[in-house]
Design a protein around this ligand. Structure first.
Ligand SMILES: [Zn+2]
Length: 255
């Protein structure tokens, strides 16, 4: 079956003398692996830069039934992500996004809302002037909702107090259901969770309440950024088996 779809390139590895195996996240079929014949010969390859990781491309492929490797026949760049390479924060935030999608999505299960979120995230990271890692943080928060285990921190799960109004000095996030426990309830009921300072809680509330496009407006210190990255990864790991620490984020934290 010949199919055409829009795709974000997640990963590419060498295959044989001149080809590549490319992992794509496609709008219609979800995560899919294809062979791109001759893709490593830069002079003669018909694929151009459309198979670079993080590219948004339009692809045509021969999809074989009962197989997990398909044949790529055509691929063209839809949007050039020319700014990702110019800045380490943009590059590693973009790479973390595709690394995460590659890690958590199952093969060949279409999920157009996740595709749209992924494409929008890469586009915004590419266009961001600063705080591009916040776009990745926002992506994670939105992805949790798409998966059905979104954070529920708008109110304390015990007493219903609103953290925005109350200005709590800290809050606890329970990993099992993403709920918030306010200081009053934490002290009266001895409930456990990951402790966030008041400032971090406000930052997380901002990411929850605002669309992806506004994430870069949030200003975070490096320490706060790292704490949020750690929290969101722990949360993901709690809900999905086999989630490893993202390599791209370790690289981001080292620059
Ligand atoms: Zn409470």
């Amino acid at each position: 079956m010949i199919v055409e779809t829009r795709a974000v390139v997640l990963k590419t590895i060498k295959y044989g003398d001149s080809s590549r195996i490319v992992t794509l996240y496609t709008k219609e079929y979800g995560k899919i692996k294809v062979v791109a014949k001759g893709a490593r010969n830069q002079k003669t390859s018909k694929f151009g830069s459309s198979l670079e990781p993080m590219s948004v491309s339009s692809v045509v492929l021969y999809k074989k039934e009962q197989r997990d490797l398909h044949l790529l026949s055509k691929s063209e760049v839809v949007m050039q992500m020319t700014r990702l390479q110019d800045d380490p924060e943009r590059m590693f935030a973009g790479l973390a996004t595709v690394e995460l999608v590659n890690m958590v999505m199952h093969d060949e299960e279409g999920n157009a809302p996740v595709y749209d979120l992924l494409e929008q995230t890469i586009t915004l990271i590419n266009g961001s002037e600063r705080n591009s890692v916040n776009v990745f943080l926002s992506f994670m928060v939105k992805l949790f909702h798409r998966f059905g285990f979104g954070l529920a921190i708008g109110r304390c799960s015990g007493c219903g107090r609103d953290p925005e109004k109350e200005g709590f000095p800290y809050g606890l996030i329970r990993l099992s259901d993403g709920s918030l426990i306010c200081p009053h309830c934490a002290e009266s009921s001895m409930q456990g969770g990951v402790r966030l300072s008041g400032g971090l809680l406000r930052s997380l509330l901002f990411l929850e309440a605002n669309p992806l496009e506004r994430a870069a407006m949030l200003s975070l210190s490096t320490a706060m950024r790292d704490e949020l990255l750690a929290l969101l990864q722990s949360y993901l790991r709690y809900h999905i088996d086999g989630v490893r620490t993202l390599r791209s984020l370790a690289l981001l934290q080292s620059v």
